[in-house]
Design a protein around this ligand. Structure first.
Ligand code: GDP
Ligand code: MG
Length: 409
């Protein structure tokens, strides 16, 4: 089913309606071929289960390290928040709390970043620390450090590994390190050499003190597109199980053009599931009801795309504030249909499809289904839903790229 994406790629219904219907025809053929012996209802039930598990997938990320190292700023950066945004973790403050603080992602409350108490105390004991913060709750640990390496980092890393969990060593504020190095040695300054020295030093310290195969990432919380954040993202993608990987990816801010592309291809792999569920709603006997459910499911999915690409009103308002631009300027580059236009657009296409199956004169619309059977009706619905979603996904991803560019201008 995943191979469907090649059939509809890059087809714009407004500028190329014939192309849209031809793509839908191919999708329909594929559907009929796949389900000629039945089984679409079971496949739809499985697809629905998959979509539900995705919705219920939880990810708990522990962020630990010394006070002042940039933990809270890192948490804000991952949640797409600036320090002054509502709900942001407070930064630049001395922590007094001894309890982990939960920071659910604003659009994905199932992704929770935990700001753990600082590990700086002289009598730091990793074992009792991990017990106190309820270590089994977390899927993995991020140990945040800045400026100096401390033995508490290595002790904690070792204990996390002993407990059979993963840790990632994140060295924040490298923008400052680079600025200092440039100031101190303007002639000999080479950015990559400075970064490599910091990386190697942290790796060596961790290894020398017993951590196995430590992974070190250098980053600036002010600019996730720079340094090793993209590598950290890729590493996490490889390490965490499939559904969590997807949820994590979708929850990330659009920090680079590549991440937007990645979100798009990850979502593409799910379109057939949504379409199949929507198609199998359509073969229910009460057509009026099924059309409403079918369209409802599509709209819910499409509205979710807006969130996944940070194009919802809340995300746009935050981005506008961070970029120091009026939100209208960002909205002006969005071309995909929104609100009432979106509903009208989806309904129109779906009504054409229902009209086809009711009149049995499909040739008038899609000119390709000879006799409308239940399976053919489902196939028609699948093909329309898939093409609508695929078309919309392309547009929303392109919008996200334009909005990102505009914000950076
Ligand atoms: P925490 O105590 O570990 O939660 O650290 P905070 O996130 O509160 O950060 C401590 C200070 O470092 C604050 O003044 C932040 O603005 C600053 N800071 C955090 N991350 C970075 C970074 O990547 N680069 C720079 N230059 N400053 C940072
Ligand atoms: Mg803090």
């Amino acid at each position: 089913m995943e191979s469907l994406s090649a059939l509809t790629k890059g087809i714009d219904i407004e500028s190329d309606p014939k192309g849209f219907f031809n793509a839908a025809l191919k999708v329909h053929e594929k559907f009929m071929e796949l389900f000629k012996d039945g089984g679409q209802a079971e496949a739809a039930a499985k697809a629905r289960e998959d979509l539900e598990s995705l919705e219920n997938t939880k990810l708990n990320i522990a962020v630990t390290g010394e006070t002042g190292s940039g933990k809270s700023s890192f948490i804000n950066a991952l949640r797409g928040l600036g320090a002054e945004d509502q709900g942001a973790a407070q930064t630049g403050v001395i922590e007094t709390t001894t309890k982990p603080m939960a920071y659910p992602h604003p659009s994905y409350p199932n992704v929770i970043l935990w700001d753990l108490p600082g590990i700086g105390a002289m009598d730091f004991r990793p074992e009792s620390y991990l017990q106190k913060v309820n270590f089994s709750r977390y899927d993995f640990f991020v140990i945040v450090a800045s400026e100096r390496f401390r033995s508490s980092h290595a002790n904690l890393a070792q204990e996390i590994q002993r407990m059979e969990k993963k840790f990632y060593f994140v060295r924040c504020k490298v923008d400052e390190d680079l600025a200092n190095a440039r100031r101190a040695h303007p002639q000999a300054y080479v950015e990559e050499n400075v970064l490599q020295r910091i990386r190697e030093h942290a790796r060596k310290c961790l290894r020398d003190q017993g951590a196995i195969d430590p992974q070190v990432f250098l980053l600036s919380n002010w600019d996730l597109d720079q340094y090793d954040f993209p590598l950290l993202e890729e590493t996490l993608e490889k390490d965490v199980p499939h559904l969590q990987r997807l949820v994590f990816l979708l929850s990330l801010p659009n920090f680079s053009p590549e991440i937007i592309e990645k979100k798009k291809s990850a979502l593409r792999g799910h379109l057939w599931k949504i379409s199949l569920v929507s198609a199998c709603i359509n073969v229910l006997p009460m057509r009026g009801v099924s059309l409403a459910c079918d369209v409802g499911l599509l709209l819910v999915s499409m509205i979710a795309f807006y969130k996944q690409f940070s194009l919802d009103d809340d995300s746009l308002a935050k981005l506008a504030r961070q970029a120091g631009k009026p939100v209208a300027e960002l909205k002006a580059v969005i071309v995909s249909p929104q609100g009432e236009d979106l509903i009208r657009d989806v309904l129109m296409k779906k009504i054409v499809q229902v009209g086809c199956s009711l009149t049995h004169s499909v040739e008038q619309c899609f000119y390709f289904v000879p006799v409308i059977s239940t399976l053919a009706a489902a196939g028609l619905s699948f093909a329309t839903s898939y093409s609508i979603l695929s078309n919309f996904l392309e547009k929303v991803a392109a919008d996200a790229q334009r909005v990102r560019k505009k914000a950076l201008e």
